[in-house]
Design a protein around this ligand. Structure first.
Ligand code: RIB
Length: 312
């Protein structure tokens, strides 16, 4: 049995309101949608849940609103066995929410209203220091203030804790502040927005990843959807191919990738195996609707891995 890893997520929690439809309204128009799904989401919370389902011990550092969704979100963490002692309610603020629109074929469009996520401060991170310093990995995304992300990277670096930064949604960054990150994991659009380098081909992706490496981050994993994930480090660049599945909803696949990758790495797997497994974990999540509820547990994942890894 691999050693159990301890993952701390400093990040967001939202409630996802997902509509499935094949057409979208024009300005001033009302149309009927085909299906609706309400679920717990938020990139941070999704990554925490993926890590937990993969078998890690997980703690979440987050802020939720003083509305119906806030206590329900805390309860959701607790019911999954995630330490939510540092998930606090921000009084007078709404919870983060995400209206999501999914097209036939599974592609999604997401609008995030950050609400309480925007109040997660460096002081909240420091208040969780006794818990955070026990983690082997700290995972962050960009749905919380960037100053909190920068502070957490420094916190992790000073204590020799592995840090994983998922710059989603993309925004202008101060590269100097990100330079202590061990893994920087954008998708193509995020990488393009952050670097200004268009990512259409594998060659573009390599150029973009090398640019990011020159900014001081130790390793870049550029996720390329159906093409897989490009790993770039000082000594090599390698494409880790994706697995083919019938996708119905791609929402949260990036989070499934990151949450599972953190666990596989924390268990001591080589980077390439950890990334290959994370590719499969993410692909499997696209075969079901919803975000967190589309993630499988470790036993189911291992069964799928037995089948798919023989085809590598
Ligand atoms: O990555 C998917 C997530 O993005 C959704 O759960 C939504 O809440 C937004 O944060």
């Amino acid at each position: 049995m691999p050693e159990q890893s301890f993952i701390a997520v400093v990040g967001s929690a939202n409630v996802d309101l997902t509509t499935f439809n094949d057409v979208f309204p024009r300005p001033g128009e009302t149309i009927f949608g085909q299906k609706f799904d309400l679920g717990f989401g938020g990139k941070g919370a999704n990554q925490a849940v993926a890590s937990r389902l993969c078998g890690a011990s997980v703690a979440m550092i987050a802020k939720v609103g003083s509305d119906l969704f806030g206590p329900a979100t805390i309860k959701n963490f607790q019911s999954q066995g995630i330490d939510a002692s540092h998930v606090r309610i921000a009084e007078g603020v709404s919870s983060g929410v995400a209206p999501i629109f999914v097209e036939p074929g599974g592609q999604n469009r997401i609008i995030v209203v950050k609400g309480a996520n925007d109040t997660l401060s460096p002081e909240d991170v420091d208040a969780a220091a006794p818990l955070l310093q026990k983690a082997d990995t700290i995972v962050m995304q960009f749905e919380i203030p960037l100053r909190t992300v920068y502070h957490t990277i420094r916190f992790a670096e000073a204590r020799g804790i592995r840090s994983i930064v998922n710059p989603a949604p993309a925004q202008a960054v101060d590269f100097k502040q990100l330079s202590g990150a061990d893994y920087f994991i954008p998708n193509e659009t995020e990488a393009e927005l952050i670097t200004g380098i268009p990512v259409h081909s594998l060659e573009d992706a390599t150029k973009c990843a090398n640019f990011l490496l020159r900014q001081g981050m130790k390793r870049i994993v550029l996720t390329l959807g159906e093409r897989g994930a490009l790993l770039a480090g000082p000594e090599r660049t390698e494409l880790i191919p994706a697995f083919k599945v019938n996708a119905v909803d791609t929402t949260g696949a990036g989070d499934a990738f990151i949450g599972s990758f953190a666990v596989f790495l924390g268990e001591g797997m080589q980077e390439k195996e950890a990334l290959t497994r994370a590719n499969l974990y993410a692909a499997l999540s696209t075969t079901k609707i919803g975000t967190q509820k589309s993630f499988c547990n470790r036993a189911d994942f291992e069964r799928e891995w037995q089948v798919h890894s023989t085809r590598l």
